[in-house]
Ligand binder design. Structure first.
Ligand code: ZN
Length: 117
């Protein structure tokens, strides 16, 4: 059972995460290397490495944006009063799961079913 106190704590956690993730996206997006990668490299393996690095960075930003989406989505659910309820089956999400990932949309069972390990 999730108490109001738990929810307040999780909400504060999400607000903090939102700030942190936004700042991180800004940091990564503003990084010089993103725009002009490979410009001072002639050719060959080095360029491939840089392209890979560039790709990784894009992947990180993309993942952060998705996480930010989830966090904002979770915060919106506080307004609706549906926070902590599985979006698939309507069951209450484990407190432990929310503590580990406050932005969780699904309960443990539905999460396992939608993302098989
Ligand atoms: Zn569920």
């Amino acid at each position: 059972m999730i108490t109001e106190e738990d929810k307040n704590e999780l909400r504060a956690k999400l607000e903090r995460a939102k700030k942190d993730i936004s700042a991180e996206i800004e940091n990564l997006s503003a990084h010089d290397g993103v725009q002009d990668f490979g410009s001072d490299v002639d050719h060959g393996d080095e360029e491939a490495d840089e392209a890979e690095e560039f790709g990784n960075q894009l992947g990180i930003v993309q993942a952060l944006k998705e996480r930010l989406n989830d966090v904002e989505h979770a915060l919106a659910k506080f307004e609706k009063g549906t926070y902590g309820v599985c979006e698939n089956c309507g069951m209450e999400i484990d407190k432990e799961l929310l503590a580990a990932a406050p932005e969780s949309r699904l309960c443990r069972a539905c999460k396992a079913a939608s993302h098989p390990a």
